[in-house]
Design a protein around this ligand. Structure first.
Ligand code: TMP
Length: 215
């Protein structure tokens, strides 16, 4: 398989975003397959997670039951603690080796879930973002968008809901709205995918965005 057009890729950071039940996992596999077929040196990773310690934090964050309420600031700090490990040990080294990094979620999720969903102080998010990432930001963000009701229905069908999937419809309406606001604000980075469409259409759209980006 040849690349869409010959050119050199100097490390690029692609993120996949979306609410619950938007089909991120399936799309991620498609992206991985596309990058492999076109011989792009890449890694696939996720947030929260990506390193052993960050994966442990993920388990704690997603676990539905705790013996005490999880304070929203604790949650925010744990997300960024996991992200710090992830950036320092996985993302930054891979980018320095000119690899393509594809992450299932990144800080846009924090803006949507903690910022809009939990009403956290956005200045704190901004400060933590700078503290942990410096100037590191995604080069391309693919957003799977769909009405919150539909996403939640799909997530509930899978069963075994995690701590976030148990949130209210209002919470997920705020999450969706925040993503769309960011997509407008960062049009040069965001590409929106209609997650209500059939999978084949979504994959065609992803492919168009990837070819457009890499050529
Ligand atoms: P998922 O990767 O299976 O979607 O699960 C991760 C969950 O963690 C998802 O519900 C969103 C949530 N999350 C946040 O609330 N803030 C964050 O910064 C990240 C990365 C994830």
């Amino acid at each position: 398989m040849t690349r869409p057009k010959s050119h050199t890729v100097n490390g690029c950071f692609i993120t996949l975003e979306g609410s619950e039940g938007s089909g991120k996992t399936t799309c991620l596999h498609f992206i991985q397959q596309w990058l492999t077929e076109h011989q792009y040196d890449h890694i696939l990773t996720r947030e929260p997670g990506g390193t052993p310690l960050a994966e442990q934090l993920r388990s704690l964050l997603l676990q539905p039951e705790h013996n005490e309420p999880v304070d929203t600031l604790t949650e925010l700090l744990m997300m960024f603690a996991a992200r710090n490990q992830h950036c320092k040990h996985i993302i930054q080294p891979a980018l320095q080796q000119n690899k393509i990094v594809v992450s299932d979620r990144f800080t846009d999720t924090t803006w949507a879930y903690q910022g809009a969903g939990r009403h956290m102080n956005t200045q704190w998010i901004q400060q933590l973002e700078t503290m942990v990432q410096g100037t590191l930001r995604p080069n391309l963000t693919l957003l799977l968008d769909m009405p919150a009701e539909l996403g939640l229905k799909r997530a509930k069908k899978r069963g075994n809901l995690d701590r976030f999937e148990r949130e209210t419809l209002d919470f997920f309406n705020r999450v969706r709205e925040a993503y769309l606001v960011r997509a407008k604000q960062y049009q040069h980075i965001y590409r929106i995918l209609d997650a209500t469409k059939p999978l084949a259409d979504i994959q065609t759209q992803i492919q168009t965005y990837l070819i457009d980006y890499f050529t």
